[in-house]
Write a protein that binds this ligand. Sequence first.
Ligand code: 5RP
Length: 245
Amino acid sequence: MNKLSQNEQKLLVAKTAVDTLYERGLIFSGMKIGLGTGSTAMPAVKRLAELIDEGKLKDIKAVATSFQTTLTCEELKIPVFSLSSSEIGGKLDLAIDGADEISAENHLIKGGGAAHLKEKLVEYNAAKLVIIADESKVVEDLGTVFPLPVEVIPEARLSVIQDLELLGAKCKIREGVKKAGPVVTDSGNLIIDCLWDKVDGKSPVNPMLLEDEINKITGVVENGFFTKKLPLVFIGKSDGTVEER
Ligand code: 5RP
C-alpha cells in the first residue's frame, strides 16, 4: 500500500477522531464545543458540519479559537459564540484541535498558527481536550525542533526577549508571509518564537516549569506549552492507521 502523505494523514485523523467521538457520545446534540485552528482542525470542523447536515447532531454551540475558525464555521453554518456569552457561560464540554509537537507524556507545543492564546483559553476551559495530528508531530521531547511561540504585547518585545534568553531560549520575532513586517495576532500582539539547543543530545526544556515561568515575564500574554490539561490524542499515520493514546 502507498504511504499516506502528511496532508492525507491530517484528513484521516480528523474524520476518524470526530466519528469516534460521536460514536462514543463525546460529541452530542446540544453540546458546547471548542474548535481549534490549522490544517488538521479545519477538516474536523468540516466533519462536524457534515454530521449536522446529516441530522445526526443538533443545537451545537461552538467557540472558535481564531479568525480562521470563525470564518470556516460561518461558511459551514455552525453557530459560533464567544466563550463568555450567556449561551456558553465560560465552560465547554469538549475541545478539539491540532498541535505542533506532542511529547511522550502528551505535553504539547501549539501556536504554529499564532492562535495559542485563544486555543489555551478555550481548551483549558473544556471538560475534555482532544488533539488530532499527523505522525510528524510526535517527538521525544519539546522545544528543540519546532519553536515555542510566545505571544507578547508589542511594546514589551525587546524586554521579553532578554528575559527569555535568560531562560536559555534563542528568540526570533515571527515575520509575516505575504505581509511586510511581523505577524500580528488576532488579539493585536506579536509572536516571539523560541528554540533551545540540545544538551547531551536531549532537550534542556522542562515544559511544565517553563509554561509557568514564561508567563511570569511582564508583557507576555501566553506561551504555547500545553501541560496542564492532558489530552486524548489521535495520531494519523502514513500506514493508514490511527493511533489513540
Ligand atoms: C495553531 C495551532 C495548530 O493546532 C498547530 O499549529 C498545528 O497546525 P496544523 O494542523 O496546520 O499542522 O496550534 O495555533
